[in-house]
Design a protein around this ligand. Structure first.
Ligand code: BV8
Length: 228
């Protein structure tokens, strides 16, 4: 089981949330990534997402994303979960990506609740509306919102039964995604963390690789592939 966070996309040029240059540095999450913030000012929230969509549209998956595509063939069973909404795992070629927090390239009609691919950026109407005339929202999970039930059920089940749990590029600060590492550990899974800094997961990790995922993951895959 692999669970990735914003740290796997920073080498592509997508800013992470925390730390220097992070997305939250200039914005307050509760203002922008909450249903209340959206209700209060949909235009401000859509400006933030459109800015992020324009950045993500320009970037390419990095060596870390590509190594995770190869990693799939190193194990008989492989599950990739991500907290990221940028879609870069899919663009790198990963199949069957479990998106814990949704996807910035999908939107949802606030009235009809239907979800649809929504690729236009920059937006020509802010905030954008559905053809039915209602406001649409980014199809992402905001703070205070539940994660997709089916995906969370699968995540808990896989975490409790996996042999290896890789936590890559996440500050392990957001729940319930962060607890997956503990579930794996408590159920006998070997926890491997890759990060440029120590996190709460580091204390319970069996192995901690300090450094960039774009460097460590390719090296790890080489070792796995050449392992006799
Ligand atoms: C829920 C989508 C319940 C949107 C995101 C106390 C008060 C209030 C709330 C809470 C609370 N305690 C817990 C909560 C709940 C809350 C929460 O966890 N808050 C935290 C902040 C305390 N969680 C929620 O609200 C969740 N929902 O609990 O619902 C519920 C249940 C039933 C019914 C109703 C409600 C929803 C959380 C989802 C929020 N959505 N994103 C968007 O993106 O716009 S969160 C967002 O930040 C990301 O998705 C990600 O999950 C999260 C954390 O980011 P990371 O991925 O970890 O990135 P970060 O920048 O933090 O760290 C990057 C790391 O990478 C760093 O460690 C860095 O060192 C490393 N790195 C950088 N570069 C590299 C690298 N490592 C390796 N190589 C590199 N090159």
């Amino acid at each position: 089981m692999v669970s990735t966070g914003a740290g796997v996309s920073t080498e592509s040029g997508v800013p992470a949330f925390r730390g220097i240059g992070g997305l939250w540095e200039d914005f307050r999450p509760e203002e922008l990534a909450t249903p209340e913030g959206f209700q209060r000012d949909p235009e401000k929230v859509w400006k933030w997402y459109d800015w992020r969509r324009q950045i993500i549209k320009q970037v390419e998956p990095n060596r870390g994303h590509k190594a995770l595509v190869e990693m799939q063939s190193c194990f008989p069973r492989f599950f990739l979960f991500t907290q990221n909404i940028d879609g870069l795992h899919q663009r790198a070629g990963s199949k069957n990506v479990y998106e814990l927090h949704g996807n910035i390239w999908r939107a949802q009609c606030m009235k009809e609740k239907i979800r649809f691919e929504f690729l236009q950026t920059p937006l020509d109407e802010i905030p954008p509306h559905c053809s039915c005339g209602s406001l649409i929202r980014p199809d992402v999970v905001w703070f205070g919102e539940p994660l997709p039930a089916e995906i969370m059920r699968t995540a808990w089940d896989v975490a409790a039964n996996c042999d290896f749990f890789f936590m890559i590029g996440s500050s392990a600060t957001v729940e319930p995604a962060a607890s997956l590492a503990w579930i794996a550990r408590e159920n006998g899974g070997v926890v491997v963390e890759i990060n440029e800094e120590a996190t709460a997961v580091t204390e319970i990790a069996n192995e901690f690789f300090l450094g960039k995922s774009g460097i460590i993951l390719p090296a790890l895959i080489d070792a796995l592939k050449n392992h006799d």
